[in-house]
Design a protein around this ligand. Sequence first.
Ligand SMILES: Nc1ncnc2c1ncn2[C@@H]1O[C@H](COP(=O)(O)OP(=O)(O)OP(=O)(O)O)[C@@H](O)[C@H]1O
Length: 123
Amino acid sequence: MKNSNDNFLIGRLRSLKFALKGMLLLITTEHSIMVQFFIAIVMTFVGYFMEISSLEWMFQWLAIGLVLVAESLNTAIEKLLDFIHPAYNKRIGFIKDISAGAATFAAIIAIFIGIIIYMPKFL
Ligand SMILES: Nc1ncnc2c1ncn2[C@@H]1O[C@H](COP(=O)(O)OP(=O)(O)OP(=O)(O)O)[C@@H](O)[C@H]1O
């Protein structure tokens, strides 16, 4: 018997499968994501060995998430632009620049969070 709840659940599970595939693609094929992912792993070890507090862990994970999400979306925008307009174009360049700028905002905020968490531990 067809159950609308089953359809909803199957649909959600299928979307999750594609989304996880997308995450794996980002981590295994995109250099900028590889670098950010490596930094996230290193910072997780650093947080563990420096015994940061629960609150500090929350901010660290938020910072890591912010950077990975921003960098991933920037990558998606770059790919989309390269697909729809491979040739040089000033407006494409502008959109790519501001997209990269968004990722840089995230990276700068993450650096500030890192400084606030770790600097007092070395003073
Ligand atoms: N089609 C284009 N037209 C105009 N300018 C472009 C174009 N493609 C890239 N640029 C310029 O080059 C910069 C880098 O673009 P690119 O797509 O290579 O991003 P990237 O961050 O270097 O890529 P990757 O993540 O692959 O290292 C853009 O921010 C933009 O200023």
